[in-house]
Ligand binder design. Structure first.
Ligand SMILES: *[C@@H]1O[C@H](CO)[C@@H](O)[C@H](O)[C@H]1NC(C)=O
Ligand SMILES: *[C@@H]1O[C@H](CO)[C@@H](O)[C@H](O)[C@H]1NC(C)=O
Ligand SMILES: *[C@@H]1O[C@H](CO)[C@@H](O)[C@H](O)[C@H]1NC(C)=O
Ligand SMILES: *[C@@H]1O[C@H](CO)[C@@H](O)[C@H](O)[C@H]1NC(C)=O
Ligand SMILES: *[C@@H]1O[C@H](CO)[C@@H](O)[C@H](O)[C@H]1NC(C)=O
Ligand SMILES: *[C@@H]1O[C@H](CO)[C@@H](O)[C@H](O)[C@H]1NC(C)=O
Ligand SMILES: *[C@@H]1O[C@H](CO)[C@@H](O)[C@H](O)[C@H]1NC(C)=O
Length: 310
């Protein structure tokens, strides 16, 4: 008798162990699926899934590149709110933040985190600088970055590339509507400098936000002119290249749909008004708030039981 008992017990014990292990495995695999599902959602939600409904027609593609600095985490957070909540029709628009080489240890983690979640950052091979060729490096790097060697993507990757400042509010729908009827070759578009001038063929477009067509981006990539002349105010330097190479036969002055914020008043500023593509020099929160309020940026917020915003 005594020798009979242990056997079935051991057998039962082994059986329980087996069931337990199977159960553990099942549990783990279910969780893994759920966990990776969460990750996937987290990563893509900002760009595709919960994004406001947009008619992202592929027949017009625009890259809005905001030149900024690695340490400007809060500014990027705010700009993602400002651009991520806009709706527009009839174009695919990508917003990317652009800066030079990281220089601090903490940036390697902080910026990597941002990229993992938002994937909207371009790090150029340069040392951070204002007027020593960052813009030139940016445009020169684009054709290789967006070179679609698989051949399945559309060409050009973008019809237009805008360079914008991080203190500029770009109203994407107005920009799309303004660019849609324009030529897609040899285009140089923006706010003409000097501020008093309305002649886009004389000088250059302000760095607050200018647009060029993709053929010009490719030309910059291949040409010697931009390589020889990089120092100076980036927008003026860009205008010099265009003039020297006789580029930008199609020029459009977006004044007064683009302008500096009305305070302080200057020849470059304008009252906020309906017909606006971009407002520049939003140097503090108050100016941003007044601008977003003026354009009813948050009016499309849906009513809900969960909040009340008067
Ligand atoms: C997000 O959009 C890209 C292309 O725009 C698409 O390939 C991808 O499947 C989308 N992701 C999700 C989760 O829908
Ligand atoms: C998207 O916009 C394009 C161009 O404006 C238009 O031709 C097309 O019908 C629109 N598609 C939808 C689903 O609204
Ligand atoms: C970055 O630029 C430097 C010269 O400024 C060059 O020596 C280096 O090879 C470049 N690195 C990459 C990864 O392109
Ligand atoms: C930028 O960083 C890369 C490596 O991350 C390095 O190869 C390159 O030389 C750096 N460029 C400059 C201009 O410092
Ligand atoms: C793009 O890739 C193709 C094929 O690899 C290459 O021939 C071409 O020079 C590349 N263009 C640029 C701008 O890098
Ligand atoms: C500004 O635009 C909005 C929406 O398009 C319109 O309702 C409003 O009447 C316009 N205001 C002026 C002053 O034109
Ligand atoms: C914002 O909304 C107000 C009230 O609904 C309207 O009078 C005004 O024209 C709107 N402004 C713009 C720029 O659409």
């Amino acid at each position: 008798m005594a020798s009979k008992y242990p056997k079935p017990n051991r057998g039962r014990f082994m059986c329980y162990c087996f069931i337990f292990v199977v159960f553990l495995c099942l549990f783990a695999s279910i969780n893994e699926v759920r966990f990776s599902g969460l990750l996937r959602l987290g990563r893509f939600a900002p760009s595709n899934e919960t994004a406001p409904t947009r008619n992202e027609s592929e027949d017009l593609r625009i890259l809005i590149s905001v030149l900024t600095l690695p340490d400007q985490y809060l500014r990027r957070h705010f700009l993602r709110l400002v651009y991520g909540t806009q709706t527009w029709e009839g174009a695919k628009v990508e917003v990317k933040f652009v800066f030079c080489n990281l220089t601090k240890e903490d940036q390697k983690v902080m910026v990597a985190l941002e990229i993992m979640l938002h994937n909207d950052i371009i790090i150029l091979n340069c040392t951070e600088n204002m007027n020593k060729g960052k813009t030139s490096t940016f445009f020169t790097s684009l054709p290789e970055m967006f070179n679609d060697t698989s051949g399945v993507g559309p060409y050009p990757p973008f019809h237009y590339v805008m360079k914008a400042d991080d203190d500029t509010y770009v109203r994407i729908n107005s920009l799309v509507r303004s660019l849609r009827p324009l030529p897609r070759e040899d285009l140089y578009y923006g706010f003409v400098i000097p501020c008093g001038s309305m002649d886009p063929f004389k000088h250059y477009m302000s760095g607050m936000g200018f647009v060029v067509s993709w053929d010009i981006v490719e030309w910059i990539h291949g040409s010697d002119i931009p390589k020889k002349h990089v120092e100076g105010p980036e927008d003026k330097v860009f205008g010099d290249w265009m003039r020297w190479a006789r580029r930008g036969k199609n020029r459009f002055n977006a004044k007064w749909s683009m302008y500096n914020y009305p305070d302080p008043p200057s020849v470059c500023s304008h009252e906020l008004w309906n017909d606006t593509i971009a407002v520049h020099l939003l140097k503090n929160q108050e100016k941003w708030i007044r601008t977003l309020s003026f354009f009813n940026h948050t009016h499309s917020l849906n009513p809900s039981k969960f909040y009340h915003i008067p």
